[in-house]
Design a protein around this ligand. Structure first.
Ligand code: IPE
Ligand code: IPE
Ligand code: MG
Length: 240
């Protein structure tokens, strides 16, 4: 709670913030360190942002940690990231509960090892009765993959003789984010002006905020800057 007083928060907070946590590799490279050091530093930044989000009363936070396309990285980096995330899920769950953070993991688990999936399910189960910040970790997540999986779920229902009515709202029930509001604000670090397959259905009307700062340097102070800019945006949703 301590540092929140030194920042000027806007009166109006977004209900759901998504963050594309990009730039770990470049952060490390700038320091002459291996990319893995960047990922470790990225975890520290994520931990701080999660804690801060809870402190300021944010309802939903979705962190993009690993994309379906990231499976195309060198096996060594993938293994490192998977081990890092497994350890994280195991070691941080007590703190999540203490900080009143409820975990959900969105993504396609089919490329993950069973031990990873077990770790995920265990962490989700342990935080299931928590009532504070809803933290969604996008792991092995891709928006296109999510939509294709949704379509296949519908096909399965139809094959069984069911006739679900599909419209823009009902389609959301087939996505990993079922039950969550659409993101209001999507932040991307490290200056890249692209979506990289993050929440492409849900983020159709999200406000975007890009900062040049590399993810390991993203701080609560930077987060507050984004929240303040969001508060000044005019959202029209196609209306006048
Ligand atoms: C983001 O940092 C973390 C993941 C995608 C896992 P990067 O690893 O993409 O870092 P850059 O973009 O190469 O700097
Ligand atoms: C997006 O970052 C994915 C995550 C932050 C997890 P990337 O580094 O994978 O995106 P591209 O390749 O620059 O588009
Ligand atoms: Mg990147």
């Amino acid at each position: 709670m301590a540092e929140q007083q030194s920042y000027k928060l806007p009166d109006k907070l977004p209900g759901h913030v998504g963050i594309i946590m990009d730039g770990n590799g470049r952060w490390a490279k700038n320091k002459g360190l291996p990319r893995t050091a960047g990922h470790k530093a990225g975890v520290d930044a994520a931990r701080e942002i999660v804690r801060f989000s809870g402190d300021i009363g944010l309802e939903h936070l979705t962190l993009y940690a690993f994309s379906t396309e990231n499976w195309r990285r060198p096996p060594k980096e993938i293994n490192f990231l998977m081990r890092l995330m497994k350890r994280l899920l195991r070691d941080e769950v007590e703190d999540l509960i203490k900080n009143n953070v409820k975990l959900r993991v969105i993504g396609n688990f089919k490329n993950m090892g069973k031990d990873m999936v077990d770790e995920i399910n265990r962490a989700i189960d342990l935080t299931k009765n928590v009532t504070g910040l809803n933290l969604n970790l996008a792991l092995s997540y891709g928006g296109r993959d999510e939509i294709i999986m949704a379509v296949n779920k519908i096909i399965e229902q139809v094959k069984k003789g069911e006739h679900p009515e599909i419209n823009e709202e009902s389609f959301k029930h087939y996505l990993f984010t079922e039950g969550l509001p659409d993101p209001d604000l999507i932040i991307r670090t490290s200056g890249e002006m692209r979506v990289s397959n993050f929440l492409i259905y849900q983020g159709a009307y999200a406000e975007y905020y890009v900062t040049d700062i590399f993810w390991p340097n993203f701080s609560p102070e930077e987060f507050v800057k984004a929240l303040n800019e969001y508060a000044h945006r005019t959202r029209r949703f196609g209306k006048v």
